[in-house]
Design a protein around this ligand. Structure first.
Ligand SMILES: [Zn+2]
Length: 371
């Protein structure tokens, strides 16, 4: 479907004011970012190397006191692209006589694809950087960022002196270049981590919804009147969010998903990766079921290993027998967290051999207790 048709269908679906959708249609040659809801635009930053540097959505809540949600990658080219796209939207608004001023930028969490562009976007657009206290603490220095982002080999249950463990450590040296990681020691405003703090955006009330699990400081933006949730990385339309040490928690993540289901009105989820979600409850329930099934699968594999137990490497091979190393390594994080959760609930136990930790079950009959 071409872009023109897409926008015209979308504007019908979402009742975008005619003046704006008309201008958008006329501006195709200037490729204005997609308006996913009246006044909300998505700027898509491209990715490379698949899941290692994925494409990301940056949202602009446009209006007289607008906000940018998430900052994307930190390379000069990436940030200047975002700034240019925002300026295009500004020109469109101004040509319609609609007030347009973007005053702030806020990020959903402390992962590099979400915050690295903060410093440059502040410089290019003159916006204020607003962070919650928890995220601000994580981004105040390279050290605080690293200790909340890079897992140790022990946390990921790598075999001692393994090649894969070595590659894991080498990747940590490459990430700053890959993402353009730039920390933020001097945000302009810090919001206390009160649950459900309110923020006024374009004279509308939005709630800063604390939604930990994927990252402990993760926040979402929720507008109860419109039923819109900017869910960051927590709910993605097609893929499953990455989970892993040191900062994710699988049980907290499921709690967050369940809290989303309790929101009084939820009609549109705008995610940091992928397209908008309109069947919100169905997708959230799918994600909860998926995590539940995966936890049971890991538990069953550990139970089948008998008294000798099983290593992380063997669990990976059983779960992903035909997939390559990359797929296995991307999954290592959630498996490590699932193991941590099972250990905490005393459903499994572990012991060491010379190079690895081995996991064995306490009692299969307790599997009902997993979730
Ligand atoms: Zn993330």
């Amino acid at each position: 479907m071409n872009l023109l048709k897409k926008i015209s269908n979308l504007s019908t679906l979402l009742s975008i004011p005619h003046s704006i959708s008309h201008s958008i249609s006329h501006s195709i040659s200037h490729s204005i970012p997609q308006q996913v809801y009246p006044g909300i635009f998505v700027i898509k930053q491209g990715g490379i190397f698949g899941a290692f540097r994925p494409p990301i959505n940056i949202y602009l809540l446009a209006g007289s006191d607008g906000i940018i949600f998430d900052a994307g990658y930190g390379q000069r080219l990436s940030a200047s692209y975002v700034a240019r796209e925002i300026k295009k939207i500004g020109s469109l608004y101004k040509s319609n006589g609609t007030p347009f001023k973007i005053t702030r930028i806020l990020v959903s969490h402390n992962h590099p694809d979400h915050f690295s562009g903060l410093a440059l976007l502040r410089k290019y657009l003159g916006v204020k950087v607003v962070l919650t206290r928890k995220i601000a603490n994580m981004l105040k220095s390279k050290h605080s960022f690293a200790s909340n982002f890079y897992p140790t080999n022990k946390q990921m249950y790598y075999k001692k002196n393994s090649l894969r463990g070595l590659v894991n450590k080498l990747l940590h040296l490459i990430y700053p270049l890959l993402f353009g990681i730039t920390v933020m020691p001097d945000p302009d405003q810090i919001i206390d981590d009160n649950d459900n703090a309110e923020i006024s955006i374009n004279e509308e009330r939005w709630i800063i919804f604390h939604s930990p699990g994927h990252a402990s400081g993760h926040i979402s933006l929720y507008n109860a009147q419109k039923g819109i949730l900017l869910a960051g990385d927590n709910v993605l339309r097609v893929i499953h969010t990455w989970l892993g040490p040191p900062d994710s928690n699988i049980d907290t993540y499921i709690e967050t998903l369940k809290r989303y289901l309790l929101l009084p009105k939820l009609e549109l989820i705008l995610s940091a990766h992928g397209s908008p979600i309109t069947d919100c409850h169905r997708r959230i329930k799918q994600l909860i079921d998926h995590r539940d099934r995966r936890a049971k699968l890991v538990f069953d594999i550990i139970c089948s290993s008998g008294k000798e137990g099983i290593t992380m490497e063997s669990i990976l091979k059983e779960l992903y027998p035909r997939q390559g190393i990359v797929k296995q390594e991307l999954a290592r994080g959630w498996i490590a967290l699932t193991i941590d959760s099972l250990l905490k609930k005393s459903l499994i136990k572990n012991h060491h051999d010379k190079n690895s930790r081995l996991f064995s079950s306490c009692n299969k009959l307790m599997s009902a207790k997993i979730t």
